[in-house]
Design a protein around this ligand. Structure first.
Ligand code: FA5
Length: 348
């Protein structure tokens, strides 16, 4: 068989092989076998040295043509096989959108944060500002500016974690009162603020005491503020947190930074004041401390106590949350047991 016939036969055989191959790996093998250095086309080209001068260019150009045609056929088949492979893969990975989904577990604010958020919303709505203060505080602000000089016996009521002689973990949010009053420009209007945050005391942990807990401080300073303003504000707090039917009761108390001072009770939300285990059969539950700001506190913060006066209160959202949700041990809030916390999913 002469070289031209061999090339024609070779081409026909190769094309049918290329057309029927189903595998991408195999098409690569075919390419190497046909067009490689040891392949039949290279062999034909090698045999050209034995041809006559006239035949050589004819066979040469035919061989090149066959090689180009086979290269093109291989490229096209490979592209086709790649498309088929992708289509098969997509078919396998098809998603059934009608299958039920796996529910994503959503988190929620901690129960104490829910109480704080509720109070923040309430007070922002009444034109108060929400102020932050440092948890690592100076003795100066935590006690001195709150009318509790060194050796004042009332310091004993707030057993303190001291860091140095002058620096401590704040025992109350009241120092934020002094910090805010110092900065406030009273020519621009009254001061109305709340300050929520963590406080620390060297209390022994038990069902109603934690060494770290939360407080929300409230302060209003203006001309002509009276105890009636305080009472109205406290009533709004009680009704917002514990329900519209709640009444409040003020009892005389003592805080060095307020005069007069009151302890605030709210009518029991469980028994409507009739007496039950929650209110220890008194019909009332003690919820916070409050009073009219002591003139010394105003003067120390640079506020003229002859012109300005106001009220302040400090409440414990941990105790609020315990009462509201019937939690009988404050330590539950700090154990981070999801089974406990997820009982209080926020609605809406
Ligand atoms: C104060 O800390 C005052 N600064 C509150 C105040 C502010 C009065 C402004 C007047 C004007 P008291 O020590 O009573 O007060 O604490 C306030 C609230 O914090 C308490 O009613 C209680 O709800 C909560 N509380 C106090 N000690 C603990 C504790 N160890 N664990 C959890 N809650 C506590």
């Amino acid at each position: 068989m002469d070289l031209k016939d061999r090339l024609t036969e070779l081409k026909a055989k190769a094309l049918s092989e290329i057309d029927t191959v189903e595998d991408l790996k195999k098409i690569n093998e075919i390419r190497v076998n046909l067009l490689g250095k040891k392949g039949p086309i290279t062999e034909v080209l090698r045999g050209m040295k034995d041809l006559s001068k006239e035949e050589r260019p004819v066979v040469g150009s035919l061989a090149n043509k066959v090689r180009d045609e086979l290269t093109e056929a291989i490229t096209q088949r490979r592209e086709k096989l790649e498309i088929i492979k992708t289509a098969r893969k997509l078919e396998k990975e098809k998603i059934d959108v009608t299958l039920p989904g796996v529910p994503v577990k959503a988190g929620q604010p901690h129960i104490i944060m829910q109480v704080i958020d509720q109070l923040e919303k309430l007070f922002l709505g009444m034109g108060y500002q929400v102020v932050d203060g440092p948890e690592v505080e100076e003795d100066h602000y935590n006690f001195e500016m709150m009318n509790l000089p060194k050796d004042h016996p009332a310091r004993d009521m707030q057993d303190t974690f001291y860091i140095t002689e002058q620096i401590l973990m704040r025992t109350q949010t009241s120092p934020v009162q002094a910090r805010t009053m110092e900065k406030h420009d009273f020519t621009k209007g009254p001061l109305k603020m709340i300050s929520p945050g963590k406080v620390y005391r060297r209390d022994t942990d038990d069902a109603t005491h934690s060494h770290q807990f939360h407080q929300v401080e409230g302060l209003v300073i203006d001309k002509h503020i009276t105890m009636a303003d305080l009472k109205g504000t406290l009533q709004i707090i009680a009704r917002t947190v514990f329900g519209d039917e709640r009444e409040i009761r003020l009892r005389p108390s003592y805080f060095p930074f307020t005069e007069p001072s009151v302890e605030v009770d709210v009518s029991c939300f469980k028994c409507e004041g009739k007496g039950c285990a929650v209110c220890k059969h008194t019909g009332w539950i003690e919820v916070l401390g409050a009073g009219m700001v002591h003139p010394n506190v105003l003067t120390m913060a640079g506020v003229d106590s002859e012109i300005y006066g106001g009220f302040a209160f400090g409440l414990g959202p941990d105790r609020f949350a315990m009462l509201k949700y019937g939690v009988d041990d404050i330590r539950e809030f700090y154990l981070n047991d999801v089974r406990f916390l997820s009982q209080f999913a926020q609605k809406g």
